[in-house]
Design a protein around this ligand. Structure first.
Ligand SMILES: NC(=O)c1ccc[n+]([C@@H]2O[C@H](COP(=O)([O-])OP(=O)(O)OC[C@H]3O[C@@H](n4cnc5c(N)ncnc54)[C@H](OP(=O)(O)O)[C@@H]3O)[C@@H](O)[C@H]2O)c1
Length: 322
């Protein structure tokens, strides 16, 4: 089969297409999926570069998320059969490939309303958004939420989840296309995080009370701004960070703020079951509908890795079509 193989950690150019990779065979508890689309997550660029805490042994095929059709199942698999449409989160053999093996517990039914590209955009982004908002921040109807970085994949998932649960949603994007998208998705108040003074406008919109909860995609840039914008007793959820930041602990005191971290892979089995159940339910009710930013061929995987880190105008998930 065709697949991306990484033989050495490094820049985007280490993502090499190979055409003679052996199709993996599913173990007893695994499903073999013919992958029609793979989602590209920022974490895969950190892993490829060799700077992430958990690294796979070399050589490897990258990719956690994908969607496709079940080709074969292991002898102990109960919930799936060949021909089923599924989406995946955390593959065994990597999703940047024509076929991949996945543990049955990380294989989920893909509703007919979503295509494979949308299915590939569900796993990490929607599961993380659910963990941040519902398991960690415990959002409540009537509360206000700022999604700092709403135009990317996790941000879009947060918009849709928050709207489905009755919150007043503030969101930021870094371009006009991003702003148009998040408004279309139902953000009540949209701001450009590249515009001077947008924090002041967020405060004015909240009548200087601040927002009850903030989910943060770039904490190394924004954590102090968040402490300034969160309401008294409010909550900041750190989802993404690409470096260090200096903050004033005095603002944490003054706001009696809660700062929570999220790491999807820390989910307990029960939390993951709840997360999957609620996300699948949301896709079936039509409340959760992933948005695709751009699609790439396997040959363009290096470009996709470059773009996901360097773009200043996110408009949804980048996907690879194997
Ligand atoms: N903790 C976890 O378990 C977990 C799980 C998934 C993802 N993450 C992390 O969460 C982050 C977002 O992931 P993603 O998949 O949504 O990435 P993505 O699709 O690339 O989106 C990135 C978002 O960050 C925004 N952004 C850029 N500069 C910003 C700034 N100065 N202030 C606020 N937002 C800014 C982008 O907006 P523009 O492009 O419009 O400027 C875009 O909305 C990444 O750092 C990722 O590694 C963590």
């Amino acid at each position: 089969m065709r697949a991306i193989r990484v033989a050495t950690f490094g820049g985007p150019e280490v993502l090499q297409v190979k055409t003679d990779v052996t199709i993996p065979q599913p173990a007893d508890n695994e499903v073999l999926v013919n992958i029609k689309a793979a989602g590209v997550n920022p974490v895969e660029t950190y892993i490829r570069a060799g700077v992430y805490k958990r690294l796979p042994p070399l050589p490897f095929t990258p990719g956690s998320d994908g969607a496709g059709v079940v080709d074969k199942v292991g002898s102990k698999v109960k919930r799936f059969k060949p021909g089923d449409r599924v989406f995946l989160c955390q593959t065994v053999s990597g999703s940047y490939a024509e076929y991949g093996t996945v543990n049955e517990c990380y294989t989920h039914p893909l509703t007919a309303a979503l295509d494979f590209k949308q299915g590939a955009a569900l796993g990490v982004p929607y599961f993380t958004a659910y963990r941040a908002l519902c398991i960690k921040a415990k959002i409540q109807s009537g509360h206000s939420l700022l999604i700092h970085g709403a135009s990317g994949s996790v941000g879009i998932a947060c918009i849709q989840l928050a709207r489905s649960r009755g919150l007043t949603v503030y969101g930021t994007a870094g371009s006009q296309d991003g702003l148009d998208l998040i408004k279309k998705l139902g953000v009540h108040h949209a701001f450009n995080h590249r515009e001077e003074g947008y924090e002041k406008r967020i405060m004015e919109t909240s009548k200087d009370k601040g927002v009850d909860c903030i989910v943060e995609m770039l904490s190394n840039v924004n954590l102090q701004k968040d402490l300034d914008m969160v309401s008294v007793n409010g909550t900041i959820v750190v989802i993404g960070s690409r470096g260090n930041v200096e903050i004033s602990p005095r603002s944490i005191m003054a706001k009696e703020a809660n700062i929570l971290g999220v790491m999807l892979w820390n989910s307990s089995e029960e939390e993951m079951q709840e997360t999957v159940r609620e996300v699948v339910k949301g896709t079936e009710s039509g409340e959760l509908v992933p948005v695709i930013g751009k699609e790439y061929t396997l040959e363009e995987a290096s470009q996709a890795h470059f773009d996901i880190v360097n773009t200043k105008s996110s408009t949804g998930r980048l996907v690879l079509i194997p």
